[in-house]
Design a protein around this ligand. Structure first.
Ligand SMILES: *Cc1c(COP(=O)(O)O)cnc(C)c1O
Length: 432
């Protein structure tokens, strides 16, 4: 950030950088966006999304593979459109997500439907549009799905989500591949469940899937899960039930705070070597990445409202809150927080350590703790790595309208979601 070095890249944020002391997303100045659209404001880089996707695509060159973006990470229509236009399929977890992704132009044949609690209405909706596969999570669900499909004169394509019982070594709330959580069918029950699925009139077994957790930063859990799943494939096929595709789920982590997850292409080079070694190299592969495609493609801009120095803590009160950025409150998650226009030393603001908190009436409403910052009221801060599990988890708590969203593409900044007004938040309610 000086004359000799006008561009300063931020670690893990491929398309976010300071250029002449101005934080930019691609070629757009964030201070301009904050002025024009107000805060809190989410800003995404299309190039960052496409380069994250390209790492997976490089990994799968020459393979029969389908990437299904797990859209719960960020389900804004224009974000889905970017991935649909790049050829992605989608992993959905509700009828709402299915309707949303079709509205964004997805090919239903490339959409899969995951989740432990699909309703009959959702199953019917998915069968009507012709989705590619149901990822079923229990024997009871197999029975209901078969019943719904028979009622429609159809056969539902199914994969069973198996629980490989490996420890993804991540936060307990986002670890899903261990015994004792609600997801998937236990490894030892899988063969029985496949036999049951194959016997039901409304089902067509097409695959097997697993998803062991989220924000995984090591290759080992994936390699272990692959071994466990391939053992099952061998057993299931020996029982006369062919498995067309193997879906290894999502979960690859991103760099939030010096985390060093493997690159997608390097991870898949290792995994594909194992697949080849075990004789499954020709099989159709599917994956369901979410966070790793969008997490580091977005920032959330927020304005400093007040500085509140205290005896034990200094608070920096900003206009974004837990309803906009729920991850710290939910998982004690870390987001880097940086100034959009850094103050040069000795001009006013003192360098202090702050807890960055929002206006919501909860002590859990914090965005960052113990951060050294040089700020004044009126400054704009950027909360980094805010592309995944932020806007898609945002709420209206405290009757706060949800933030606006911008998609940057080179020099262009597209408004892809308007800021919600207070009126919008109660528009569907009625007085008695
Ligand atoms: C959430 C989820 C994903 C995506 O997880 P990421 O950690 O965002 O990659 C993939 N598959 C299933 C079934 C999920 O529930």
């Amino acid at each position: 950030m000086n004359a000799q070095n006008p561009t300063l890249a931020l670690p893990g944020q491929p398309h976010v950088a300071y250029v002449n002391d101005q934080l930019m997303v691609e070629s757009v100045r964030l201070s301009d966006l904050a002025r024009e659209h107000g805060t809190p404001l989410f800003v995404y880089s299309k190039a960052a999304m496409l380069s994250a996707l390209a790492a997976y695509q490089r990994g799968f060159v020459g393979r029969n593979a389908q990437i299904c973006y797990a859209m719960k990470a960020n389900s804004t229509l224009a974000v889905l459109q970017v991935f649909a236009e790049a050829g992605c399929g989608f992993d959905t977890v509700s009828g709402g997500e299915l309707a949303r992704v079709l509205a964004a132009g997805a090919d239903p044949a490339k959409v899969i439907f995951s989740g432990v609690g699909k309703t009959r209405a959702e199953m019917k909706q998915a069968l009507q549009v012709g989705i590619g596969c149901f990822n079923v999570e229990s024997e009871a669900e197999l029975d209901v799905l078969s019943d719904v499909a028979v009622g429609m004169g159809l056969k539902a394509p199914v994969s069973l989500r198996v629980n490989p019982n490996v420890d993804a070594k991540t936060h307990p709330y986002i670890s899903t591949g261990l015994k004792g959580n609600k997801f998937g069918i236990a490894h030892e029950d899988a063969l029985r469940s496949y036999r049951h699925a194959a016997s039901l009139p409304g089902l067509q077994v097409v695959g097997i899937d697993c998803h062991i957790g989220s924000q995984i930063t090591e290759a080992t859990p994936y390699l272990d899960a692959m071994d466990r799943v391939l053992d099952l494939v061998a057993d299931i096929e020996a029982a006369g039930i062919p498995i067309e595709h193997i879906d290894f789920g999502g979960g690859l982590g991103i760099n939030y705070n010096g985390d060093t997850p493997p690159e997608a292409d390097a991870l898949w080079a290792q995994l594909l070597a194992k697949l080849d070694a075990r004789g499954y190299g020709q099989r159709k592969i599917m994956i369901e990445p979410g966070r790793s495609l969008v997490g580091n493609a977005g920032v959330c801009l927020t304005e400093v409202l007040y500085l509140k120095p205290g005896e034990q803590k200094n608070f920096c009160i900003v206009d974004a809150a837990m309803n906009d950025l729920p991850r710290p409150a939910m998982y004690q998650a870390f987001h880097q927080i940086v100034p959009v226009q850094p103050r040069l030393a000795n001009v006013g603001a003192a360098d202090r350590v702050y807890d960055i908190v929002g206006p919501v009436c909860e002590s859990g409403d914090w965005i960052g703790r113990d951060r050294a910052l040089q700020v004044q009221a009126g400054d704009t801060l950027a909360v980094l790595s805010a592309g995944a599990y932020c806007m898609s988890m945002a709420s209206n708590y405290n009757t706060r309208g949800r933030a606006a969203e911008i998609l940057v593409d080179g020099h262009h900044a597209h408004l892809i979601r308007q800021r919600e007004s207070a009126f919008d938040t109660f528009a569907l309610e009625q007085l008695v």
